[in-house]
Write a protein that binds this ligand. Structure first.
Ligand code: XUL
Ligand code: CO
Length: 438
């Protein structure tokens, strides 16, 4: 069957001397970096929603993309199958190993719960056949609990238990579908798990609903024997004014509160990190430190715009720092880099989808090479280790081990007439190390 992408040749690695805009300059899937191939390190996925389900509309204007599978219009089974064939044609030409999707990105429209089940099952068979034929795998699946009007006041945190029953249906079906398709993770992004105004909101009630809901998801995961990781995707706001999963540290507190810190990890998104007032690398370092680093949605925001612009990444220095933190934490296990990025509304051609992904993937490859250089050089780690060396012996060691009290520390200061010597934090020197590694 012909596809929209037939005129695009498969994307190859041609190296930095190439000026072919449809070739990788840095991403060479087989190149070994720190003992693993680039493909194994980066585990790249294309997302279904921005690239195949979004028609190019925004809140002021209609869709601008003239795609043959007609995104944004009511979807029949035939259209869903056409969309899947085009999506896999894209994945195969790009040569990326994974994809991610929400239930409604891929399935024909369904009004009732039983129609929903049947429609999802029908497209799951189609996706399974494409996976089998192409070798492309599912990085993660998720249920969309935010687009349908029934979810205007939330999915799991809705004041109406009947809406939560619908949410339970979608999550059960998508968790089972992800399992059947051999997915590596299952994601919950709580786009409407928050509030528009606290005036109509019972915050404690909603947190308890969300905590119980997530426990139900974990119980079901074990019941069906899904071996992948359950991931929460933090975001501070948009579409709601306040979202409960606002950033990684907040999610960790929530998981602890509901006994889930050993069951659930995070899917960190670069643009969500910056919307929350954090840096991307801060979110990764925090997840690593708390033992909940799972996967990454890669994109970038816009320094002037305060919303989730989901642009393709192009800042090599920022990505180098992010990948450095990721590698320091051991890198991905079940996770990967999912391109939760969208081309601009004026980028209307098939080629634009390729330019965007090729550029973004090359930025990840450069970030990986830069991070590897920093790790191999050892100066950055050496500086940090030296900075904290005092905690390996003496009073520092005792305090951390719990054998020195507040009084012991205070007496130590008095008895030894302690006058600490200030040492440079060397920020600019360290920034130069990163710049020079890129
Ligand atoms: C929204 C967002 C979602 C999640 C999956 O900002 O990032 O697409 O990644 O629901
Ligand atoms: Co995302």
């Amino acid at each position: 069957m012909p596809t929209y992408f037939d005129s695009i040749p498969p994307i190859k690695h041609e190296g930095t001397a190439s000026n072919n805009p449809l070739a990788f300059k840095y991403y060479d899937p087989r190149k070994v970096v720190l003992g693993k191939t680039m493909a194994e390190h980066l585990r790249i996925a294309v997302c279904y929603w921005h690239t195949f389900a979004w028609p190019g509309n925004d809140i002021f204007g209609a869709g601008t993309f003239d795609r043959p599978w007609k995104p944004g219009t009511p979807m029949t089974q035939a259209m869903a199958e056409d969309r899947a064939a085009n999506a896999f044609a894209f994945f195969e030409r790009l040569g990326t190993p994974f994809y991610c999707f929400h239930d409604v990105d891929a399935m024909a429209d369904a009004l009732t719960p039983s129609a929903y089940k049947a429609s999802l099952a029908r497209i799951a068979d189609v996706l399974a056949a494409h996976q089998e034929r192409s070798g492309v795998k599912l990085l993660w699946g998720t249920a969309n609990l935010f687009s349908h009007p029934r979810y205007m006041a939330g999915g799991a945190t809705n004041p109406d238990p009947e809406v939560v029953a619908w949410a339970s249906l979608q999550v059960r079906e998508m968790l089972e579908t992800t399992h059947k398709l051999g997915g590596s993770n299952y994601v919950l992004w709580g786009g409407r798990e928050g509030y528009d105004t606290i005036l109509n909101t019972n915050l404690k009630q909603e947190l308890d609903q969300l905590g119980r809901f997530l426990n139900m998801v974990v119980e079901h995961k074990h019941k069906i024997g899904f071996g992948g990781t359950i991931l929460i995707e933090p975001k501070p706001h948009e579409p709601t004014k306040h979202q409960y999963d606002r950033d990684t540290a907040t999610v960790f507190g929530f998981l602890k509160n509901y006994g889930l810190e050993n069951e659930v990890k995070v899917n960190i998104e670069a643009n969500h990190a910056t919307l929350a007032g954090n840096s991307f690398e801060h979110e990764i370092a925090t997840a690593v430190a708390l033992g909940i680093m799972g996967s990454i949605d890669i994109n970038r925001g816009d320094a002037q715009n305060g919303w989730d612009t989901d642009q393709f990444p192009n800042n090599v220095m920022e990505i180098t720092q992010a990948i450095y933190e990721l590698l320091r934490g051991g890198g991905f296990t079940t996770g990967g880099f999912n391109f939760d990025s969208k081309v601009r509304r004026q980028s209307i051609d098939a080629e634009d989808l390729f330019y965007a992904h090729v550029g973004g993937i090359d930025v990840l490859a450069r970030g990986l090479l830069g991070a590897a250089k920093l790790i191999e050089g050892g100066e950055l780690q050496g500086f940090v280790d030296q900075r904290y060396a005092g905690w390996k012996s003496g009073m520092g060691e005792k305090m951390l081990a719990g054998s020195a009290s507040l009084a012991d520390m205070a007496d130590y200061a008095v008895n030894n007439d302690v006058m600490p010597v200030r040492k440079s934090g060397r920020q600019e020197y360290l920034e130069n190390l990163v710049t020079n590694a890129c």
